[in-house]
Design a protein around this ligand. Structure first.
Ligand SMILES: [Zn+2]
Ligand SMILES: [Zn+2]
Length: 271
């Protein structure tokens, strides 16, 4: 089986608001997104399909056809104020999670010679939702912190550390702009349209992770890495363990050490 992806973009306006709630409740839950005049996003939709190779043509399916099918559907969302103009989103809050599920249900049977495997919808660089063939929906929020570290294992000799980690074993350390993907799984709530309230998620990640690690030397300034070697794979594992007690539906923690190095931890779960 081969998997291929095509990105298709669209823009839309929305506001978050639950008609059954008071203004205070709406404001407390949705914050800035409650502005009734709306705000907009340039959405990026990654469409992944899978199928078998057509031996004669050397392709699974023509990606131009994927784009045509998806673009033609997206016309109903592109350039629209979703809550005001779109029949489904007059009734359902147009969160990224609800949007990706709506798009999935609308286009899943439209493909010939391949099947829709994954949809990933980016509201911006820091927020995305994805729907996969198994039926799961995920929400991913990206966070940032800067920190110094020194790769050094207390279980190895100084020479072994130097041989293994080279420059990264420099006794004075060096630093990175870390980006952390926090991914939760679940079904969007009918009241909020969200898998997890972003305000709650942000508060937990700030308290449990960013406040501890941002602008710190991981080896010298943090409890977590007094003995542990602060490689990015260990960092992913440690962040997962810090968050899991407060986020039962946590599915994945991904750590971008640089734009070239990425590490993911799924706890006991599977990819
Ligand atoms: Zn928005
Ligand atoms: Zn490093």
């Amino acid at each position: 089986m081969l998997y291929l992806s095509r990105r298709v973009d669209f823009s839309a306006t929305h506001t978050y608001h639950n008609q059954e709630w008071s203004e205070e409740e709406n404001l407390a839950t949705f914050g800035k997104c409650y502005n009734p005049n709306g705000h907009g996003h340039d959405y990026k939709l990654e469409v992944m399909v899978r199928g078998n190779l057509d031996q004669k043509k050397g392709i699974v399916v023509n990606t131009v056809d994927i784009k045509k099918i998806v673009s033609s559907f997206l016309q109903e969302l592109d350039g629209v104020f979703l809550d005001k103009e779109h029949p489904y989103f007059k009734e359902n809050i147009p969160t990224t999670e609800n949007l990706v599920n709506y798009i999935w249900d609308s286009i899943k049977d439209s493909f010939e010679g391949c099947e829709l495997y994954r949809l990933r919808l980016f509201e911006n660089h820091y927020l995305s939702a994805e729907r996969v063939l198994s039926g799961m929906t995920y929400l991913t929020r990206k966070y940032h912190f800067s920190a110094a570290h020194r790769l050094h294992s207390i279980h190895l000799s100084d020479q072994e550390n130097k041989d293994l980690f080279g420059k990264c074993n420099n006794p004075n350390g060096h630093g990175h702009n870390y980006y952390v993907d926090v991914q939760v799984q679940g079904n969007p709530s009918p009241q909020t349209g969200m898998i997890m309230n972003l305000k709650d998620l942000d508060e937990i990640v700030e308290r449990e992770v960013l406040d501890k690690f941002d602008h710190k030397h991981l080896n010298l300034d943090t409890e977590e890495f007094k003995e542990l070697n602060p490689t990015s794979e260990v960092l992913a594992l440690v962040i997962y363990k810090l968050l899991k007690p407060y986020i039962p539906d946590l599915h994945k923690v991904g750590v971008w050490e640089t734009e070239k190095n990425y590490f993911e931890y799924f706890g006991e779960g599977e990819y």
